[in-house]
Design a protein around this ligand. Structure first.
Ligand code: NDP
Ligand code: 2IT
Length: 450
């Protein structure tokens, strides 16, 4: 039996009912087989066995009072997965679907993503099964304060530094930072994605989406092509999607779609970015309202796609950028994209393509950029925020963006070069997984059995 099979079998016994976590582990371990076959040191040091077990998992009650005076209770998490390369680093997700499996898959991915950036950050993730939709600003504040009232004792600028993810943006980071400061009396870089008024880095907000597009541009350049003039299908309408769309427009590509949990917008003229920002960042409205301004756009509600496909992937486009959530792009969608001659798929979200979709792309030799490489610009810029906080400096937008570009280029070269070295040229999944793994594994070996 293979290493992958044995590990997944063990995890199913020791951590039952965590399918997203098994999915993430399986994908990584399968890529590592060419390495593990020829290198005994990882087995000797039980690196895989140690890596799949979080160093620490914190789960806690988050009680709070809603605007009607009712007591609400949510489940809070912080998974401190691996600190071989530095303090735990990774976002917080507030979404009703959050559970231990999703937290662990995200934390596991984060270990390799952070290693690929070349920066000194370990992997972690956290969040709560809290649904921010329809909640007042005061409710959000009370929730964030209650969440931090437990979390503060586990985090710190040199131990564990959370940031945003789905449902957590600058507002939530602000409320959590305020509570951390109140409880500890310390003003320090304990969270990233802060307001630029009080310690946040310029370009952090844009970094994930911009980084995804910088990465895709390297993938195109490797094929002697570019994104210029390319029709792009983007899913999501949140932080990652919006700034991916912004950078695509800057590079003269044509983003045709965006989507939220209720439906998809297709606009042949190209997405109206100012309107999208107005709808999502200012009004917090449904994408359907896009049609009030642009009658020529199309809106497809999610329920109009009952056969388990996702409207966004069934339009014609040269490049696809899934930027919403895990497993949002299935094999059915992958086949539709291939039929429409898609040339490139770059993941902005974490694990948005399921395994069957990935296999379909790889078999068809479509250039595929895995999330843990392509969306690493966000966490990399978070580390730049940590550097600025630690040295009490603040860098210009241009300085940060310049560093982000270099980091994305290095990540592409590292994943691409490693794939070539192991005889799988073009397979950036294998390249990214092996390159990230080697860095973490080496650090673990050097630090002994801990
Ligand atoms: P946001 O909360 O800003 O936006 C998420 C978007 O995805 C929203 O448009 C949301 O729609 C949509 N969405 C969420 N869940 C679903 C679902 N189940 N079905 C359909 N649509 C859904 O989050 P981000 O943009 O920050 O995150 C998007 C992805 O990128 C996530 O996978 C995240 O882990 C990943 N990521 C984020 C980074 C960051 O820096 N923010 C860094 C690296 C990766 P609606 O508004 O209707 O809920
Ligand atoms: O998935 C991710 O990389 C993030 N949500 C960003 C994490 C961070 O620490 O900036």
């Amino acid at each position: 039996m293979s290493y992958t099979h044995d590990t997944i079998y063990y995890l199913k016994q020791s951590s039952p009912a965590q399918c997203e976590f098994y999915q993430a582990v399986e994908e990584v371990l399968e890529s590592l087989e060419p390495l593990l076959e020829h290198d005994d040191q990882y087995r000797k040091h039980a690196i895989i066995e140690r890596m799949v077990e979080p160093e620490r998992q914190i789960m806690f009650r988050v009680p709070w009072v809603d605007d009607n005076g009712n007591v609400q209770v949510n489940k809070g998490y912080r998974i401190e997965f691996n600190s071989a390369l530095g303090p735990y680093k990774g976002g917080l997700r507030f979404h009703p679907s959050v559970n231990a499996s999703i937290m662990k898959f995200l934390g596991f991915e984060q270990i390799f993503k952070n290693a690929l950036t070349g920066l000194p950050i370990g992997g972690g993730k956290g969040g709560a099964n809290f649904d921010p939709k329809g909640r007042s600003d005061n409710e959000i504040m009370r929730f964030c304060q209650s969440y931090m009232t437990e979390l503060y004792r586990h985090i710190g600028a040199t131990t564990d530094v959370p940031a945003g993810d789905i449902g957590v943006g600058a507002r939530e980071i602000g409320y959590m930072f305020g509570q951390y400061k109140r409880l500890t009396g310390r003003f320090e870089g304990v969270l990233t994605g802060k307001s630029t008024l009080w310690g946040g880095s310029l370009a952090r907000k844009e970094a994930t989406g911009y980084g995804v597009v910088y990465f895709a541009e390297h993938m195109m350049a490797y094929q002697n092509d570019s994104l210029k003039g390319k029709k792009c299908l983007v899913s999501g309408a949140g932080n990652v999607a919006i700034y991916a769309i912004e950078k695509l427009i800057e590079l003269d590509a044509i983003p045709l779609t965006c989507s939220d949990s209720r439906g998809t917008i297709y606009h042949e003229q190209g997405i109206d970015l100012a309107l999208l920002k107005e709808i999502k960042q200012v009004r917090g409205d449904s994408l359907e309202t896009y049609l009030k301004t642009h009658k020529d756009a199309q809106y497809t509600p999610v329920n109009d796609y009952p056969e388990n496909g996702h409207a966004v992937w069934h339009y014609e486009g040269d490049a696809a950028f899934p930027c919403a959530t895990q497993n949002e792009l299935t094999q059915k969608d992958a086949k539709a994209l291939l039929k429409n001659n898609v040339k490139l798929v770059t993941e902005g979200a974490n694990m948005p393509c399921d395994q069957a979709a990935i296999d379909t792309f790889i078999d068809a030799k479509v250039a595929f950029g895995p999330g843990k490489a392509a969306n690493a610009g966000g966490v990399a810029t978070s580390q730049l925020e940590m550097s600025q906080n630690a040295s009490m400096q603040s860098w210009s937008f241009e300085q940060v963006d310049k560093r982000l570009k270099i980091i994305m280029e290095n990540i592409f070269n590292s994943a691409n070069g490693t794939a070539k070295e192991y005889g799988h040229e073009g397979n950036l999944i294998l390249g990214a997984n092996i390159a990230g793994f080697k860095r973490v594994a080496q650090a673990m070996i050097e630090q002994g059995v801990v």
